[in-house]
Ligand binder design. Structure first.
Ligand SMILES: NC(=O)c1ccc[n+]([C@@H]2O[C@H](COP(=O)([O-])OP(=O)(O)OC[C@H]3O[C@@H](n4cnc5c(N)ncnc54)[C@H](O)[C@@H]3O)[C@@H](O)[C@H]2O)c1
Ligand SMILES: O=P(O)(O)OC[C@H](O)CO
Length: 326
């Protein structure tokens, strides 16, 4: 099934997904807010976000969102989590009725604590909402390296249809009906990636890093469970899978942010690291719901400047001893 796919966002992931949508045989229109990005994509490059990568031909790039959305069979929202609300407020009126809105950002809205599907539902109450998530660096996808993701929609047949429409032999899309589970996995892995980078940057060693990622996964599982997510989702591509990728590679902007933090380097002007905004609200959500999440709280406190990395490590290591399970 091929269709016209509208991609909102001309950054690294929006451009890579637009390329993938073409490779899967779809017509593709991409909206970017700035003319420079549009011009670059028309020249088949995006040096600001995907340097050195040739962009596939046939992507119709524009700063006119109404033209981009006209006739779309589905829309991919690839705008950073904290900017999604503002972007949807502008474009929602041009999104065709009943067309699925596929959320491709990873985060929790900082000011409200809402998942991105809840933000989307405010603006598009009559459009089905899906999420695409999993271990996948934009440059890997754009370079044609094999990647696998999961597409979630409450109406599972919709997720199955989207997975069929987006997949190629180099981009394998699984499907699930567990929208909340997929969203939480994608959002929280960024917080643990900052922690993993910080542990590495501060020279705390590979053993500490493995312990942190493992206990981080426990926190992810607790929060996901509290939101009603299925355990299999947490064990899947958007939970464990993305945690493994981003907690182990400096190619991750969140890991790289943590690395700089751990080394005491300047954090100004760094590329997007979604976990920075998500850490604080995730800690608040965990606190409100009585969920034990000491690593998320430590990351939030370090980012807020209220404790140092060494103080956080001491606090984590001297918590009352407990059974591992639970
Ligand atoms: N880059 C990756 O490897 C990757 C992979 C999977 C998921 N993601 C997720 O995709 C989302 C976007 O990441 P990215 O890598 O494309 O980021 P990016 O920094 O490369 O690009 C962000 C794009 O969004 C645009 N933008 C920012 N605010 C906007 C607004 N208010 N209205 C319209 N456009 C706006 C920017 O101009 C830019 O084109 C993030 O949530 C990220 O976690 C990224
Ligand atoms: O570069 P990051 O840290 O935003 O990670 C990109 C993707 O989410 C990896 O799956």
């Amino acid at each position: 099934m091929s269709m016209r796919v509208a991609v909102l966002g001309g950054g690294a992931w929006g451009t890579a997904l637009a390329m993938q949508m073409r490779r899967a045989g779809n017509a593709v229109a991409l909206w970017a807010r700035d003319e420079a990005t549009v011009e670059a994509i028309r020249r088949r490059e995006n040096p600001a976000y995907l340097p050195g990568i040739e962009v596939d031909a046939g992507i119709e790039a524009s700063t006119d969102w109404a033209a981009t959305l006209d006739g779309a069979g589905c829309v991919l929202a690839v705008i950073p989590a904290q900017s999604l609300r503002g972007a949807l407020a502008k474009v929602a009126g041009s999104v065709p009725a009943d067309v699925p809105m596929v959320l491709c950002a990873k985060g929790i809205e900082h000011d409200s604590g809402l998942l991105l599907s809840q933000v989307a539902a405010e603006f598009l109450p009559n459009n089905p909402v899906a999420a695409l998530s999993g271990p996948s660096f934009a440059a890997d996808l754009a370079n044609g390296l094999p990647t696998a993701v999961v597409i979630a929609a409450r109406e599972e047949p919709m997720a199955v249809r989207l997975a069929q429409a987006f997949s190629t032999e180099r981009f394998r899309c699984y499907s699930t009906g567990d929208l909340v589970g997929v969203e939480i996995g994608g959002a929280l892995k960024n917080v643990f990636a900052i922690a993993a980078g910080a542990v590495t940057g501060a020279g705390l060693g590979a053993s500490a890093q493995a312990a942190m990622v493992t206990r981080g996964f426990v926190e992810l599982r607790r929060i996901a469970q509290a939101f009603g997510a299925e355990p299999e989702t947490v064990m899947g591509l958007s939970g464990l899978g993305d945690l493994l990728l981003t907690c182990s590679s400096a190619q991750s902007r969140n890991f790289a942010y943590g690395l700089a933090l751990g080394r005491g380097e300047s954090l100004a002007g760094r590329p997007l690291a979604e976990g920075v905004a998500t850490a604080g609200i995730a800690a608040t959500i965990a606190g409100r719901r009585g969920i034990e999440a000491p690593i998320i709280s430590a990351v939030a406190a370090i980012l807020a400047g209220s404790i140092t990395i060494n103080e956080a490590v001491s606090a984590l290591m001297t918590r009352p001893l407990r059974a591992e399970a639970g």
